[in-house]
Each structure stands twice: as C-alpha cells, then as structure tokens.
Write a protein that binds this ligand. Sequence first.
Ligand code: GLC
Length: 822
Amino acid sequence: MMKNTIRLLSSLFAGVACISTAYAQHSPVKSVGNVNDVKISEQQVNITTQNAYAEVAVYSPSVIRVRLDKQPLAPDFSFAVFAKPQQTKATINQDDNQVSITTDSLKLVITKKPFTTTFYTPDGRVISQDEKGLSTSWVNESVTTYKHMQDDEHFIGLGEKTGNLDRKGSGYTNWNSDTFGYRTDQDPIYSTIPFYIGIHHNLNYGIFMDNTYQSDFNFGASNNRFSSFGARGGEMKYYFIYHKHLADIITSYTALTGRMKMPPMWSLGYQQNRYSYYPDTEVYRIAQTLREKKIPADGITLDIHYMDKYKVFTWDKNRFPDPAKLTAKLKDMGLKLTLIVDPGVKTEAGYPVYEDGLKNNIFIKYSDSTNYTGQVWPGWCHFPDFTGEKGRTWWHGQIKKYADVGVSGIWNDMNEISTWGQKMPDNVIFDYEGQKVSHLQAHNVYGLEMARASFEGYRKALDNKRPFILTRSGYAGLQRYTAIWTGDNRAEDDHMLMGVRLLSSLGVSGVAFSAMDIGGFTGNPSVALYTRWMQVGAFTPYFRNHTQVNTKSAEPWAFGEEALEIARNYINLRYRLLPYLYSSFYEATQNGHPIVRSLAINYTFDPKVYSVAYQNQYEFGNAFMIAPFAGADTYGTVYFPEGNWYNLYNDEMIAGKQEKISRISTQQLPVFVKESSIIPMQSLIQSTAEKPTDTLTVHIYKGSRNNSFVYYEDDGESYNYENGTYYKRTITYNAAKRQIVFGKPEGSLNSKFKNIKVQLHGFADNDKVMLNNKSANTKTEFVSFLTPISTFDPQGVANVAEGHNVKSLTFGNSNSQITLGY
Ligand code: GLC
C-alpha cells in the first residue's frame, strides 16, 4: 500500500516536472537557466548554466562587465571599448545558492537557481536587479536582459534619441538611419549609443550594452515590470557602472569608450554653411560679408556641389578652378574650409577613385564576392569597407588630397549607410576587423569607422595639426574621433527645443562635441525662431548655421537688421567666452564631462529637472544655465535648481529651488550664472586667427558654495599639449575662507595673457578686496554682455544695453599663486 502510494506520488511529481520541462523545452523563449558550474579567478567569474555561458569581470571598483551567450563565448572584441580591466581588489565567493563579487564601491550577487544578478551599494541597497522570472533570455537569435523597474525610476541617455529627457515609458531601437526632416518623436535616427543611466531612490547607475546589431531598449513602454535592453544577434555584453554622482558615471563610461582630444580652436568659432555655396565667388561673397558686417566667424563649409557630379574626392573645375587658392584666400581672411565627404564612390569607368578602389579591393561585397552597389547622390556607388584596416588605410590615402589643398575640416555625411531606399540587403559582407560579418552586425558601426578613417587619415595628412571631423552617423565611442551633428532637422520651434535635448542626451552619453543645424535644415524659420536659434547656437559646442538647398538664405544678415544685431551680439559673446569654452573642452578631454549638460547631471535627484516643462534647460559648462524657449514666446517659466543664480544681463540674484515666470524678449536668451562661478573671458576678436588683447577678464560671482575651475590654454592647433606644452591653472573659490586662489600654473607654455582683470559680481560695497594679503584698490566698472540694439524691442522687455556695476581689479598674470580675499 505504502509502496504504491510512493510510486503514485513519484509518478505524479514526474508528471509535473515533465509538464514544466516540456513547457520550457517548447517555449520560444530560452532563459539562462540554473547555474551548473562556476570558475573563479582573481577578477573574473566564468559560469556555465543550463542554457548559456557567462563571464563576469571586474573592470574597476565601479564597473563590472557581464557577458552571456548561448554558445561558448567568442574572443572578446569591440569597436567601442579599447580599455582593458584595471587591476582591482575584488572579493569573490560562492556557496550553494549564489556567487558574490565585492569591490570597494559595489557588490554583485548572482543567484544560482536560476542565474539572476543583483547589484548592491556597499551598504546593501539595491541599485539594479534582474526582473525575477525573466532575467536574460533568447528568442531565436535575439537576446534581452530584463531589469526590475524600480519605483519612480528615471532614465536618461541613449545618445541621439528624440523624445523627452526622461525616457521612462518609451521604447527605442538602434539602427542608424538617414531620416531627412525627422519628426520630433521619430526613432531611430542617425546614430547608436546603447548607454543609459537609471536614477531612483537617490541612486544612479549606468548600463552600456556593447552590441552592434540592431538593438532595442524598453523603459516601461507599455509594460509595468521592467526596463530591458537587447539585440537581434550576437552575445549579451553589458557594462554596469555605479557611482554616487552621475557625472562620475560619465567619467567611467568614457574611460571605457574613450574621450575626445582637444579640438582645433578654430572649430569653436562660428561656422557658416549652406547646401551649397558655389561657385568660389559666392564663397568669397559670404566670407566678405561676414567680415564687412563684423560677424565673427572661423569657418565656411562646402556641401556636395563643390564636387564634380557629386563624386567624392573630385572638384567641379568650373565652380572651383583653384581650391588651393580658395583655402589660402580664406585663410587670409581668418577662415578655415571644411568639406563634406560621402562614402559612396560612383561606379564610373575612368573615375580614378573608383578604379583605385576596385584595384585595391576595398569595397563591401555581397556574399558571392561581387561588390555591393547602391544608389546615393552620384548615382550607383560602391562603398569602402571602413570596418577593416585595409579600407581605412585606402581612405587615408584619398583624403590626403584635401589636406594638400589646405582644407582644415572633414564633414562625414550619409554614413548610416544611406542609400536611396534605405534597404541595404542583409547578405552584404563587411570585414569587421577580419571577422567577415553580415550587414546586420556591421551596419551600426559603419559611420563610426568612417569617421575614424577620416580622423586618422587627416591627422596623418595634417602632420601635427588637429583636424576637425564631423559625422552624421556613429556608434558608442565616436567622441574619440569626431564631433557629431543631428542631421536634417526642421526649421520649427519644437525641433530647436528637441535639438537641445538631443545635445543634452549626447552629452550624458559621452559625446561632448555636438551640434545641430542652427536655423533648421528643412523649411524656412520665422525671424523670431531664427534669432532664438542663433542665440542658443552660441551656447552649443559646434556652432554652425546650415540650411537645405532651395530654402531662403539663412546667413545672419538675411532676416533684417534687428535679427542681424541679435545674432551678432551672441556670436560676439561666444567669441569673448572662448577661454571659458576652451577650458570646458579641456575638461571633456580629461573626464568626459560634456559641454551641454542636462540638469540631470548636477541636480540628479531633483524630480523637477525631469519634468517636461523644464527638460530643455541645460548647463553650458559648469557656470551657465540656459533656458531655451520658442522664438515667439513672450512669457516663460524657468526652474532654478538648488543654490543661488544670477541673471547674466543684470546680475539680479534668484534663489534656487523655485519656478519663476518671467517675460521673454526676442533680444535676450535667458541665461543664468551659478553662484561661485569663475568665467574667464577675452576681448572681442573676429576670428580665432586674430589675437585678443593681453588681458584675461575673469568674472567671479559671489556665492556660498565652493567651486573650482581649471583654466587651460595651449597653442590651439597642434598635439604638442600631449607632451606638456600647455598652460593650466586651477582657480578656486572658497566661500568659507572668503578667498579666490589662482593656483600656480602648470605646463611648459606661457599664458597669452599678460594681465588678469577680475570682475567681481554680487560683492558688497564693504567687501574689502585683498590681493596677496595686501589691501587692493578696486574700481567700479560697468559690465554688459551685449551691445545695445538699434531697433526697439516690440515687447518692450529688454534693454539689452542693460548691465551692472561690478568691482574690478587688474593685476599682472604672475606665475606664482595669486590670492584674492574679501
Ligand atoms: C544630407 C545632410 C545635409 C547636407 C545634404 C547634402 O541631407 O544631412 O546636411 O546638406 O545631405 O549634402
């Protein structure tokens, strides 16, 4: 009886087990399953599960990488990450139920039944955990990791993605696409950066999934359980980054994917462009008008009409008979030339670039080894394979031709790859550093590798001079080689505001050098929108005015006298701010912090910064807060985060943690300065080829927080700074000590400024100023950041002549420490 019962029960259990195994076996979703085997080494754990192979490696105390595949893991490879794991102290233990990895900054626990990960702070708070029951799984070749959606979690990042700053509630796809005149919620657009930051319960973390296949992210888009990331092929490979401060997450992310090099100084000046300026006499007219109208500028860009029938590496001989003369004449006028290049090489017998490409066998191919042919500007084209050394080296040889005639910048376009129709077949094969992969795997890195080929080739060609490289398409890590712009936007208010968010999002995703077409590419902006956009443009990293073929002229003088004066005012301000901007770029080279900073970077746990009402506000470097509004807005509400703020134009002090409604003028962009800020400025110049006066004016805003600013100079054009030829000094504001200290300069270069003038904002009359412990005589000076505009402001709000008196003090720029007290 007893025996029978046991038999019955065991066959019942077997039945249940059988059903669930059958369910799992027949499910189209394959999960990682239970852990079978664990191998621990110093900084790494290798795990075999029922259905997968995993490798978990400590990269630094704050970064852990997780790899998972259905098959044994392939050798590690990446186009984005060149960094190797740092030697890190890690304690790795296991028992029957779990494996734990502990560093000084973070703890990862992997449960064994089934394989699930949970990341904790050292004091045991959950930062991120796999969604129970889902974890990581495969559907055919697609792999996805599901993370539990934390209460009130915000998500930012993913690079060039439209939509809101906070990505909660949305889903995104990465598949680089040519999206002419895209909508403000269109996805995907041109570029792929599969990195985001999650924020909840006063914690923040970053996840970078390094996979170049089409990838998908879901931040609770029509699901209330999880945030997820996955790709349509390849392995699951993600880096988990945890720091207390969001800015440090960007630093760690850029330690993995690399940082930008110092840009050439001229690329930070104003750039004039349209599709297209031709012939050369038109280029001279534009250059001449910029100078006559006293609009500071450093660059003119030539679009596809400079080429002979759109054939890359050719010139239209009628329109541009003497390119070397053109660049030389522009140089005399303080202007550099940037040229557009497209990857498509026209398949035309006798066209040397095509013939040479064929001879060297550098084009991407169908699986039967015939070259792939697709249509783009010049007609039928082949496409160089930038994903392999051979293709890139070939490109270096071609691009040199532009250096030989004095071209300074290379603008890489159509590199998604764009072919009319957008449907490149899957069976096109790319080298992918010798791995020979299909279009599905290589598509998203083609743009990155084209920009890399242009950068590396042009760097060689210009000898030791810095090239300026711009790209439309890219992948994580693009900041190592290039600046990026956000493609074919529209001349609409929503586009301008969304453009600001694209730049903010690129910024948190490791890309400091970014741009949008100022004025809008498609369509014609209203006067109000144009002027507002030019104002905002002055506070973006790469400042280029661009518009489509057949639109109205969009140079600063094309919208009437008032618009011209407003645009000039802000371009002037930009040029005066170059010492500040250049130093901010230096910061980006050191720690990856962007120029356009979403408020989420410094005010991460203030929920207001994620609200749709304030999501367009951003910091420009670490001193300014910009509040962009639509061109014709007459009222606007600005949110002031914690701390005190100064109105740039009149020094009015505004307390933080409040929303404030104010009238908005077309003549003034709302710009505010954070208390305790240190802002070095120079005299107005018309081009960076011109020398400013020998006085550096440092604006200091009284405040109650401590602050420091690394002031940086170098020659602005070579890589000599990499060998110590720079001038750098840290300026600190110590609120408690009531001191401003100009630290001892470092580097082997002398400053170009002989004198330092300090202008003290918000200081009281009875603040006695001391210079190196001796009482100093200060003057009262009137400061105004804009020039009065001759036309009346119809809204009667702004008097741009407004300014304010400040205490001012000038002293010699000595190489020893300088201390100011008050
Ligand atoms: C693409 C680019 C645009 C350029 C045009 C012509 O649309 O995005 O900036 O002007 O091609 O080359």
